[in-house]
Design a protein around this ligand. Sequence first.
Ligand SMILES: [Zn+2]
Length: 137
Amino acid sequence: MSDAAPDWVREYIGEWRDRLLLAHWRIHLFTHDAPGGDEQTRGMIELYPEIFTANMTLRSDVTAEPDDDWRQTIIHELVHIRLAEISEFVRDDVLPELGPAAERIAGAAFRRALEPAVEALAHTLWSLSNVSVPTEE
Ligand SMILES: [Zn+2]
């Protein structure tokens, strides 16, 4: 992981990598003014499931101290890793079987379906992580 990101980001990724059972993944962390060429994008992930490697890029204004919005962005990107086998199956086994036009349409439809599901899972995981468990007295 890059030295450019604050320490809390690296620690948080490690914490959630374990929770999501992704310890066998290598996660490289980068920062960029405009991840994927879009300065509105807070984070993006590139997946290489065949070698259990992911490149996570966070926008370079990621806060020096822990921040809830950034925490949710990080969990969102890690959920993409958790679902990488599904994405890989669609990308490598389904889409290439279609003609070019159908491949483009189906690829866009898959991404449109995937993003809200990833966001819902990330939001739920983040919410659950903030629920305090009552202690027995
Ligand atoms: Zn996403």
